[in-house]
Design a protein around this ligand. Structure first.
Ligand code: NAP
Length: 315
């Protein structure tokens, strides 16, 4: 008879993995690691996909503290794991422990997907291409045609989506951050990606501004199509809209990377202004689908994964 899978395993469990999981079926051979990790919906996203594809493995959560990270990676390898997803706060640190980091993850400076292959560890970033696919899915547009504003460009997620926008040669990129200096530093890093003679109408193709000057925000908002919230604001129901509601316009497409709650103040303000708005669930879905493709070198069953996510986050 098969034992119940635990909600969250620990690194101590990993060091004794064969006996801890000897009666667990299918065998846990994929995991998400983080600190905390109990909230992660990745098992509900991946397990239906594994079952659908007839893969004899299951996906679990493992709580890994920063000091345990090197040991955890070694133990995953020793215990024949196929791959691991990495979440907060390990995405940057884990890149230093991986044998080969692919160029996109290297440029972002963050690995969220590890593939164990022939005693090698390979690192990828599926957040950035997951965002790109989510924008296509939600708004039927491509980043390359968009004038984009990223609010929270100084954080990890903001950096990943800014680099994806730069690689896709979006028409304009406006980096906004509470700490303006961080947005300016990122703009300096991306400047070479925006040095061409593309005709874009008024305004420079790359700008970095603070969140506190409403006049400058208003001027920039009139010259962007897609607004991305990559800040933590919106995760608490009491959080205000990250942008002043009066500055949102009907032509805006608003993508809030927050997905819990399903509707943030920013999204509500956008809809009230006649704009379209979406939460970040589609990015969660697509980063998972792209990780699955790295692990199994086959197309992910995205509809099955979407249904799995709906069981955790009903509409
Ligand atoms: P992070 O690295 O800690 O960055 C946080 C960002 O939010 C920084 O730019 C910070 O500005 C800004 N910020 C925090 N509190 C703020 C406030 N009260 N007012 C204005 N700005 C504020 O976090 P992260 O990992 O990038 O995550 C950011 C958000 O993206 C979170 O909501 C997370 O859930 C979401 N996310 C979603 C997905 C998805 O799949 N949908 C994936 C990754 C992340 P300063 O630089 O000034 O501190």
């Amino acid at each position: 008879m098969s034992d119940e899978v635990k909600d969250v395993y620990s690194v101590i469990d990993l060091s004794n993995w064969k006996s801890v999981t000897q009666n667990v079926s299918p065998p846990p051979r994929l995991a998400v690691i983080g600190d905390p990790v109990a909230h992660s919906a990745s098992p509900q996203l991946h397990n239906p996909a594994l079952q659908h594809c007839g893969i004899d493995a299951q996906y679990v959560r493992v709580h890994v503290q920063p000091s345990e990270l090197p040991e955890a990676i070694k133990l995953f390898q020793e215990n024949d794991f196929l791959g691991v997803n990495v979440t907060i706060p390990h995405k940057a640190e884990v890149a230093k422990l991986i044998d080969q980091v692919d160029p996109l993850a290297e440029r972002i400076g963050a690995v969220n997907t590890i593939l164990f292959e022939d005693s090698q560890t390979l690192g990828f970033n599926s957040d950035a291409p997951g965002f790109k696919q989510a924008i296509r899915d939600e708004f039927f547009v491509d980043l390359r045609d968009m004038r984009v504003m990223i609010v929270g460009a100084g954080g990890g997620a903001g950096r990943a989506v800014a680099i994806q926008c730069a690689l896709d040669h979006c028409e304009r990129l406006v980096l906004v951050n509470r700490t303006t200096e961080k947005a300016k530093q990122l703009a300096d890093e991306l400047r070479k990606d925006f040095e061409d003679d593309r005709v874009t109408g008024p305004g420079r193709r790359l700008a970095a501004i603070g969140l506190d000057d409403e006049e400058i925000l208003e001027e920039q908002l009139s010259q962007v199509d897609l607004i991305v919230n990559a800040t933590n604001l919106g995760m608490k129901r009491s959080d205000p809209s990250v942008l002043p509601p009066s500055l949102l316009q009907p032509h805006h497409l608003v993508y809030d990377m927050v997905y819990k709650p399903a509707n943030t103040r920013l999204m509500e303000s956008a809809r009230a202004a006649g704009a379209r708005a979406s939460n970040g669930l589609s990015m969660l879905l697509w980063q998972g689908a792209i990780s699955f493709e790295y692990w199994f070198n086959r197309t992910a069953p995205v509809d099955v994964m979407k249904q799995g996510l709906r069981s955790v986050f009903p509409d």
